[in-house]
Design a protein around this ligand. Structure first.
Ligand SMILES: Nc1nc2c(ncn2[C@@H]2O[C@H](COP(=O)(O)OP(=O)(O)OP(=O)(O)O)[C@@H](O)[C@H]2O)c(=O)[nH]1
Ligand SMILES: [Mg+2]
Length: 447
């Protein structure tokens, strides 16, 4: 397939030690050779680096550069590639790029290098998206997940699932050609139906596990709530390991929500400290309390702080009730003052004790069940992939419904095939042009 030769600045825009301009396509080496003074690049071996100068039309030096030559197919795009390392600096880099484009090379679109790797079959769609996920990973775990997908583990998971579905389809086909059962109903009810049910439960498993993937990528919305003065802000500071929120012994110190990101065992928590909740006549505090309640609604994890050195108050009980359906951790704070309140699952601690904070961090990971995330790769972290699995599940539920009402087997088969195709859209075995376009344009320029 012949595609135009493209170029773009692949390093971040700004002043830096060096910048890299990437060129890819059939004419990459010949064209860059025309504006390069140094060795004859058309003659050098692949994967070698060469010192020289990029020159303008009058042979004046624009910049002193190092040029890497990568010959097809051993490059990121599988095309001939040249990477020009210029002196960092916006002006110099742009001048060199302008000169590169003067040779007739076109400016690359965002994600076009990765798109080419996909078009040429070096990576599949799921792997391309993993490249993007890797670039935008905000924490260690998200990075690990993207790396796993990049190594092809998403592809393997999906291909295995598709294989199973294909086996079901094959059974139907065989039975249409060589009927083992006298009537269709016997076949669908005895064989196909239980297999679809089993397959749906497998998809459910993947979907359940995938929630973790999303939490890892996007961070976990975590809200700290409790009565005034129980030590919520102290807890926020302890988790952040800095004095972010104001702590005083005056009830009602925190009046508005405070948001901070904190990294726990490679997981990002979007931590929100709230105004203490109580019935109040203070207008400002009332608004704060309202926000706290909203924060609880949105939260994926609630840390409910109680003062364990006192007995439970009505407000405490209300908060316990209010958060009972949430993923939550109940903290019994101020244990150094003596413990008067004990509840099942209550984690007694003091915000002043480093060891206690470590125990809390561990409890958070346990609660999110994210501590063992690496062991088994049975989930997806990319939102588009998750949606496709959900759609496949819908199609299979339709197939089941069709069996229920006694539709002919070839009608049932249509829905099963649909599910098979939908799963194929994850790896790009099935795809629409505009999907590909849209996906790759989300990349950054030069990738
Ligand atoms: N003894 C003891 N005091 C604590 C502990 N944690 C916090 N405190 C104290 O409790 C008081 C209230 O702490 P804050 O962190 O401001 O409490 P808060 O829940 O954010 O209070 P509001 O913002 O008013 O709702 C401060 O005087 C803290 O020093 C602890 O573990 N033990
Ligand atoms: Mg506070």
């Amino acid at each position: 397939m012949h595609l135009e030769t493209i170029a773009a600045i692949s390093t971040a825009y700004g002043t830096a030690g060096i910048s890299v301009i990437r060129v890819s396509g059939n004419d990459a080496i010949i064209k860059i050779n025309q504006i390069f003074r140094g060795k004859d690049l058309t003659k050098v071996k692949s994967h070698t680096v060469h010192y020289g100068f990029i020159v303008d039309k009058d042979n004046n030096h624009i910049d002193e550069v190092m040029v890497t030559v990568l010959r097809a197919p051993r490059s990121f795009t599988t095309e001939d590639m040249v990477e020009i390392a210029t002196h960092g600096g916006i002006l110099v880099t742009e001048k060199v790029l302008k000169r590169v484009l003067e040779t007739g090379i076109r400016l690359a679109k965002p994600g076009e290098y990765t798109e080419r790797a996909f078009i040429h079959g070096r990576i599949d769609l799921a792997e391309s998206e993993a490249v993007m996920d890797l670039i935008s990973a905000k924490n260690e775990k998200a990075m690990q997940l993207a790396m796993q997908a990049l190594r092809g583990e998403t592809t393997k998971l999906i291909n295995d699932l598709r294989e199973e579905l294909l086996a079901i389809i094959a059974q139907i086909e065989v039975n249409i050609d060589y009927p083992e059962y006298d009537d269709i109903e016997a076949l669908t009810n005895a064989k196909i139906k239980p297999e679809i049910i089993k397959f749906i439960s497998k998809l459910d498993e993947v979907l359940d596990e995938s929630v973790k993937g999303r939490l890892v990528r996007e961070g976990v919305e975590t809200v700290i709530i409790g009565k005034p003065n129980v030590g919520k802000s102290s807890l926020l500071n302890a988790l952040l390991k800095e004095d972010r929120a104001i702590v005083t012994d005056i009830a009602g110190t925190t009046r508005d929500t405070i948001e901070e990101r904190v990294n726990i065992g490679g997981i990002t928590l979007n931590l929100i400290d709230t105004a203490g909740i109580r019935d109040s006549s203070d207008y400002v505090e009332m608004i704060g309390v309202k926000r706290s309640k909203e924060a609880i609604k949105k939260a994926e994890l609630v840390i409910l702080v109680l003062d364990a050195s006192e007995t439970l108050s009505k407000e405490d009980e209300r908060l316990i009730e209010l958060t009972k359906d949430k993923r939550r951790i109940i903290v019994g704070n101020k244990k150094d003052l003596g413990i008067k309140t004990k509840l099942p699952n209550m984690l007694h601690l003091s915000t002043l004790e480093k060891e206690d904070i470590k125990r809390l961090e561990f409890a958070i990971l346990e609660e999110l069940k994210l501590s063992e995330i690496n062991e088994d790769y049975k989930f997806l972290s990319n939102v588009r992939h998750i949606e496709k699995v959900e759609e496949a599940k819908e199609a299979l539920n339709k197939a089941l419904a069709a069996i229920e009402v006694g539709y002919p087997i070839d009608i049932v088969e249509l829905d099963i095939r649909k599910a098979w195709e939908l799963l194929g859209e994850i790896t790009g075995d099935y795809y629409a042009e505009d999907l590909i376009d849209e996906l790759f344009r989300r990349f950054c320029l030069g990738k």
